[in-house]
Design a protein around this ligand. Structure first.
Ligand code: UDP
Ligand code: MG
Length: 200
């Protein structure tokens, strides 16, 4: 199950959908793509509706208003029926081509596989520096030391992650929260591609 929260991503959704299909159709697994429309005020809802009408693998959850990325992610994860759940952003910053790598690690026996944007394409001072400090601090406090808490691209064994509840801004702490339902050596971080935001 691929879970994607989207808020005002009308230009990105069709492109992401196409990229995802290319990857998922070439994997030997059944799949579903769950878009959670987090109260978008642009045409994201209509664009998703159109896609879902033609493709039964695509499911759409509509929020009545904007609840934030964490709530959207949680709703998608609750709805997901796959043995493995993969979360990603809807703005094309994450690369669907990384999905096979994430799945491979789950097959190896890991419960949580977290993307590490080793070559992150965001502003240095306003985004990357605060993240660096936050990652260090969260690692220090929680004991789960990974480089990149903020990367949405992650894969999970469904039965493990469904025991974690997310609210507020907790999506930034998932690996630490996951350590309360599995052991730390079942959590791994792997480098993933990261792309600049083009639209929206
Ligand atoms: N998002 C959402 N609700 C919000 C804000 C963002 O569902 O209130 C989605 C957004 O559409 C994107 C993902 O969450 O798919 C990450 O958001 P963004 O790109 O703004 O975060 P960043 O990449 O800057 O961390
Ligand atoms: Mg983004």
């Amino acid at each position: 199950s691929i879970v994607i929260p989207v808020y005002n991503e009308e230009e990105n959704v069709p492109l992401l959908y196409r990229e995802l299909k290319e990857v998922l159709e070439n994997l030997p697994y059944d799949y579903e793509i769950i878009f959670v429309n987090d109260g978008s005020r642009d045409r994201t809802g209509e664009v998703l509706e159109e896609i879902a009408q033609k493709d039964e693998k695509v499911k759409v959850i509509e929020f009545a208003r904007n609840y934030g990325q964490t709530s959207a992610m949680m709703a998608g994860m609750d709805f997901a029926s796959g043995d493995v759940i993969i979360t990603m952003d809807g703005d094309l910053q994450n690369d669907p081509k990384d999905i096979p790598k994430l799945l491979e690690k789950i097959r190896e026996g890991y419960d949580v596989v977290s993307g590490w944007r080793k070559n992150r394409k965001d502003a240095a001072i306003s985004r990357k520096l605060p993240s660096k400090i936050a990652n260090w601090l969260i690692g220090k406090i929680t004991g789960v030391r990974i480089h990149d808490y903020g990367c949405t691209l992650k894969s999970y064994r469904s039965d493990v992650i469904k025991r974690v509840r997310l609210y507020g801004e907790l999506h930034r702490f998932i690996p630490a929260l996951a350590s309360t339902v599995t052991c730390v050596d079942k959590i791994i971080e792997i480098p993933v591609n990261h792309r600049p935001r083009r639209f929206g």
